[in-house]
Design a protein around this ligand. Sequence first.
Ligand SMILES: [Zn+2]
Length: 224
Amino acid sequence: MANILLASLLALVAPVRCSGCGRTDSALCGHCGELLLAEPVRELPGFVIGGKSIPVVSAGIYASARRQVMLDFKNGGQRRLGRTLVVAVSRTLRSRPIQQNADILVAPVPSSLRGGWNRGYSPSLLLAREIARALPNARASSIVVPRLRFQGAMRSRFTPRSRATRLQRSRTGFSVRARPRVTDVIVVDDVAVTGATVRAVCGALVSAGFCPRLVVVAADVPDR
Ligand SMILES: [Zn+2]
């Protein structure tokens, strides 16, 4: 909350500068806006969970203007930049083999608890809302939550579980707080580095009876 207030106050006294290139006068200049829009959507290596393959698409590489805009979006309180980051990728969704007439949940990868408290908003939820807007019958919902570590500790003390179950739980690190009435899910994250997090979230969704159809990330850090 304090961060948001500070950002608003700074916007009043400091000159507005483009998040992409730092030039003054607009929050995102036309040049940087066009760069982000023109960046080709990339297919990243997908993964297989429970025999089903889940494709992963990235709106662009986490570098130059996209990186700067992402930083302002995530850490500078510039919530409106989320739309620019995913507008091009969301346009490609209608041509994908997702059941267009079925209801779809768009689930953001949850922020760490500390990150969420500091920011006062969830960047991945804002991105998920933009993605949902691009599809008919889609809505964004934060159905995946990080597992609290002490929860696991409490539970294991009182209810003995098999070693396999314990491993599975500790590996995912996420739980799902909804029943699968709508089963098709698009998972959305801001920046993917190794893909381990989106994979864990998809795993948690499958365990809870959902069917992840696609992962969309607003930026990815390519393997070196
Ligand atoms: Zn610019």
